[in-house]
Design a protein around this ligand. Structure first.
Ligand code: FAD
Length: 518
């Protein structure tokens, strides 16, 4: 009798959305894969986690940090929520950009919008041209393509850049993004959160979005479900380096971490703890690209060194606070009668003006730094955005999350103005800058890295820094190892198309329906 086929020993490094999704799919085939998931922090979820807050004061006992929500196209993320009996909640997004005579919003027209009427019309036309000649404009940096259409500095800096930074999460790197991202945001009926362009007020609708359920609970339940299916989840454990790599096996050096009370282990600590070596058949790296490159060290192939070295990073800090005075000083949080207008040209806007006057409730706010309007500060009014906090509490009892972008631009930060006793928590993030070079030097070449000498990559940075992409990338890595793709998603045309395109781009594989099922 033939011996039973040996299980593939797969180690996944990083239990963020990508690593968890990869483990999820592999764990559907316990007869074929022996899965180990290693995470350096004391929790699963990576950039997606929740924190406890004062329920009496804020109306809920928790709030989501980092990842807060997304759009209705997040079908793979919704699938994972559904598997754990959870769901995202709908919200119609109200935004507030700038202050004083530079203020505008998608809720009602203002003097800034009125002033740029002709440019807004021209912008709609420019987006159409970019859509027709998408191949030509695709990788041209936004700052260049906007100049090609002779838009004014004020229009670009105060209207266009903040509108893009908001949805793409690209902060101060927005001018360097490839133009296709801007064009799609304004012209695509599927991906375009600002679609359709309103030729009088740029955007006059509230983009329908979703807010995520309690992330830490969701990820903890997910961790337990994986463990029940035989996945070995090892928290507080860091993969230090890849010590050996061949066409047959991969060996890694692993070190324990000292657990912290809040589960967050400081970067670079615990180096005094001992390391040991472990051997696997396959390695899936679900960390950021620069971490992956360091981990591979001398074992990186020359192309890996090149491709993984392309993404640029920004060190940002979010301050979660309750300083209403700071918010009023720097952002437009209330309806401003002095800048709102009730007519745009010959179009009557009194209904939107009235709605704004009675119910303006901005959830996402952007401040342009006085020294340089291209240096942004972004803020969530979490009490308006996150459903569990949206209890009609007075503004003074709202929770805000302000993000100060890129330590290199620290001189523009007004972080020290937030009162210390109003600060709930500070978190540092190492974030991808989605510059056009990322789409020229990294994304198109990832397929050359995948599966070579037993190493694969999955993470949001492989395409766009979004939770949905992380989930898709994890599923794609699992599929390339021989795991199946969920039937529910296969029957969802949009999800299937996204998965197929990602798999083709990143693994040069075309997904065949029903493949890899037991
Ligand atoms: C402040 C902020 C807000 C965001 N908001 C949103 C949002 O609202 N909606 C949205 O869609 N996206 C949002 N994003 C982007 C989103 O968080 C990411 O795209 C996605 O969650 C990344 O998942 P990932 O699995 O690729 O990486 P990560 O979540 O970064 O996971 C990587 C994991 O690897 C672990 N790790 C690293 N090195 C090692 C090692 N050596 N050994 C073991 N483990 C290691 C890390 O601890 C981490 O858990 C936001 C990001 C930030 C920073």
């Amino acid at each position: 009798m033939a011996p039973p086929p040996q299980k593939k020993r797969v180690v996944i490094v990083g239990a963020g959305a990508a690593g968890m999704s990869c483990a999820e799919q592999l764990s559907q085939h316990p007869d074929r894969f022996d899965v180990t998931l290693i995470e350096s922090q004391g929790y699963c979820g990576g950039q997606a986690f929740s924190i406890p807050i004062d329920e009496k004061k804020y109306g809920a006992s928790w709030m989501n940090q980092g990842v807060q929500g997304g759009s209705w196209i997040y079908h793979h993320t919704f699938h994972m929520f559904k598997e754990r009996g959870r769901q995202a909640e709908p919200v119609d997004l109200e935004v507030s950009f700038g202050k004083g005579d530079k203020f505008w919003t998608n809720c009602f027209p203002t003097k800034l919008v009125e002033k740029h009427q002709r440019e807004i019309k021209r912008f709609k036309w420019a987006m159409k041209i970019m859509r027709w000649f998408e191949v030509f404009f695709a990788l041209i940096p936004i700052k260049v393509s906007l100049k090609m259409f002779f838009f004014s500095e004020e229009f670009i800096n105060y209207m266009i850049y903040p509108s893009l930074a908001l949805f793409l999460g690209t902060g101060n790197a927005t001018p360097d993004l490839p133009s296709i991202m801007m064009e799609r945001l304004y012209t695509s009926p599927t991906y375009g959160m600002w679609y359709p362009v309103d030729d009088k007020s740029l955007s006059s609708r509230k983009p329908p979005m979703v807010v995520f359920p309690e992330k830490t609970k969701f990820y903890t339940d997910w961790q337990h479900a994986l463990e029940e299916r035989g996945v070995k989840v090892r928290l507080n454990t860091e993969v230090v380096s890849v010590s050996e790599r061949s066409s047959k096996r991969v060996k890694i050096m692993v070190r324990g971490r000292r657990p912290q009370p809040d589960g967050h282990n400081p970067n670079g600590a615990d180096q005094d703890l001992p390391e040991h070596e472990e051997e696997y058949d396959e390695l899936v790296i679900c960390t950021l690209a620069d971490t992956a490159k360091n981990m591979l060290g001398k074992k990186a192939r020359w192309i890996e060194k090149r491709v993984l070295g392309v993404p640029k990073w920004s060190d940002d800090v979010t301050v979660t606070h309750n300083d209403a005075e700071y918010m009023r000083k720097w952002y437009t949080v209330d309806f401003p009668p002095e800048t709102a207008v009730s007519k745009l040209g010959d179009r009557d806007e009194s209904e939107r003006y009235h709605d704004g006057k009675t119910a303006f409730n901005p959830m996402y706010l952007i401040k342009q730094n006085p020294g340089d309007p291209r240096k942004l500060e972004m803020c969530f009014d979490c009490s308006a955005f996150q459903y569990q906090l949206n209890q009609g509490k007075p503004f003074e009892d709202h929770v805000f999350q302000t993000i100060f972008l890129n330590t290199k631009h620290k001189k523009y930060w007004s972080k020290d103005e937030i009162k210390k006793d109003k600060i709930i928590r500070e978190d540092w993030w190492h974030q991808l800058c989605h510059g056009w070079t990322h789409y020229l030097g990294c994304v198109p070449w990832m397929w050359l890295l995948q599966g070579k000498k037993r190493v694969r990559y999955a993470a949001a940075w492989t395409l766009v820094n979004a939770h949905e992409l992380a989930v898709v990338s994890g599923m794609a890595a699992a599929y390339s190892l021989g795991a199946s793709y969920p039937e529910e998603l296969e029957n969802d045309d949009f999800a299937l198309l996204c998965f197929r395109l990602y798999l083709l781009l990143d693994h040069k594989t075309w997904y065949k329906k029903g493949s890899h099922r037991d």
